[in-house]
Design a protein around this ligand. Structure first.
Ligand code: HEC
Length: 198
């Protein structure tokens, strides 16, 4: 029962494991995109010369292409939000390092990582689009994101607020306290809106 969103968990491993696991999955859809484009062109380009009997073969092919196209569009949103969240995890790791004394407290470093986290969240939150509820690639987003948009928005707002509070600190003690608040914000959202990975 790890506190994977807390300062300790961010550094301890789950994020690293997730990063590896997803890298190969994320590359997969990029090859079919090009192949699909070529096939689509070939089929639509020749359509006017096709005899009715041959249409039977073409219709299923077009259906397959349409399905693939839809899947790929959603894959982009899932990949983009997961990549954004990975960047969030990276910044969290930097914060955790400071909190643990592995790196010196430096207000400028805190601010740089806070900016990175803010941008990464904007990117991630913009990609929970309608139709991207299901992969591939595998997504851990819960259906509640789409059935309870107000609740999800509230979790986003709480996260930005906690991050702003962290970025505004100017000494180590204040930083550590605010980091606890930020960890709670991650956990609050993940508990409600994200399936655990295992
Ligand atoms: C408002 C909701 C929300 C907040 C706040 C939030 N997350 Fe997430 N996070 C998600 C959701 C949803 C996913 C699953 C995305 C998916 O699989 O499509 C996720 C996924 C992740 C992942 C896995 C990315 C991957 O490789 O697939 C990491 C790492 C992560 N979050 C870190 C954090 C950290 C660290 C914080 C706090 C500093 C945080 N998140 C705050 C909603 C949130």
């Amino acid at each position: 029962m790890g506190d994977e969103t807390g300062a300790r968990g961010a550094e301890a491993g789950p994020f690293r494991g997730e990063t590896k696991k997803h890298k190969s999955v994320m590359k997969l859809p990029q090859v079919p995109v090009r192949i699909v484009a070529v096939q689509a062109n070939a089929i639509f380009g020749e359509r006017h010369m096709v005899k009715p009997a041959n249409m039977l073969k073409i219709v299923p092919a077009v259906a397959v292409i349409a399905t693939l196209g839809a899947t790929l569009a959603f894959a982009g949103a899932i990949e983009d939000r997961q990549a954004g969240m990975k960047q969030v995890g990276k910044a969290m790791g930097a914060f955790a390092g400071i909190a643990k004394g592995e790196a010196p407290y430096d207000a400028a470093v805190v601010k740089t990582n806070a900016d990175s986290m803010r941008e990464a969240w904007k990117k991630a939150f913009a990609n929970f689009t309608a139709g991207s509820e299901k992969g591939p690639p595998e997504t851990y987003a819960k259906a509640e994101i789409w059935s309870d948009p107000e609740g999800f928005k509230a979790a986003e707002d709480a996260a930005f607020k906690a991050l702003d509070a962290l970025a505004a600190t100017s000494d180590e003690a204040g930083f550590k306290t605010a980091l606890g608040g930020l960890g709670e914000a991650c956990k609050g959202c993940h508990t409600k809106f994200r399936r655990p990975k295992d």
